[in-house]
Design a binder for this molecule. Structure first.
Ligand code: HEM
Length: 185
């Protein structure tokens, strides 16, 4: 499951837009990409390039990056759930779920896949209905973390409002506040 996120991204693009779209963006970016787009070869996948591919698809299709990433994040959550059903519990409180990302989920991922480098995701409850989440990674995938946070809301059928507080220029760190609509008693 090396390079899960990247491989899943290529699969998602192929499923949703077709192999010709995938091929043409890879071709369009040829020379700019470290492996010249030979992504099927074994080795560590260049997650940095995922965003370049995503942006290229967006300008080709006239779609917003946010909607493409949200879409991909929802399909990635389904894959995570298929691979690791043990981490999912429909009854679990969504804020508790976010808090287990570091204490349990990504920590287990680091053990199961020694080459994996999932991000450090830390949570701090700032109000009954608000959680501050920080993202820090060796990879520049902060936008993915935002999209995955929204996808988690979809998965838990919770209406979440995500407000980004800070985003590093290189996208390797980010802080956001996630506000949930509390059920009225
Ligand atoms: C049960 C659910 C989850 C599982 C099993 C899981 C597992 C993983 C795995 C296997 C990777 C790949 C690491 C690598 O290839 O180096 C990854 C990366 C990542 N995860 Fe999770 N994850 C889950 C939920 C989430 C959620 C909810 C978020 C968002 C807050 C998140 C944020 C990320 C990001 C942004 C990456 C990309 C790598 C990076 O930015 O450093 N994950 N996760």
């Amino acid at each position: 499951v090396k390079g899960t996120v990247f491989v899943e991204f290529l699969d998602h693009v192929e499923d949703k837009y077709g192999l010709d779209v995938l091929d043409s963006v890879i071709l369009a970016l040829q020379g700019k990409l470290s492996t010249n787009g030979a992504y099927t070869s074994v080795g560590n996948y260049p997650h940095e390039e995922m965003l370049e591919l995503a942006s290229a698809i967006c300008s080709m299709r006239g779609e917003s990056l946010e909607s493409l990433l949200d879409d991909f994040a929802q399909s990635l959550m389904l894959s995570f759930e298929r691979m690791h059903p043990e981490f999912f519990d429909k009854e679990q409180d969504i804020f508790d779920f976010f808090s287990t990302l570091e204490s349990r989920i990504h920590t287990d991922v680091r053990k199961i896949y020694p080459d994996a480098r999932p991000p450090l995701i830390l949570c701090r409850r700032i109000a009954e209905d608000s959680l501050e989440i920080s993202y820090q990674s060796a990879r520049p995938l902060a936008l993915m973390a935002i999209a995955l946070t929204r996808a988690t809301g979809v998965r838990f059928e919770e209406e979440l409002e995500v407000e980004v507080l800070t985003l590093a220029d290189d996208h390797s760190s980010m802080r956001m506040v996630v506000k949930r609509r509390m059920a009225t008693v």
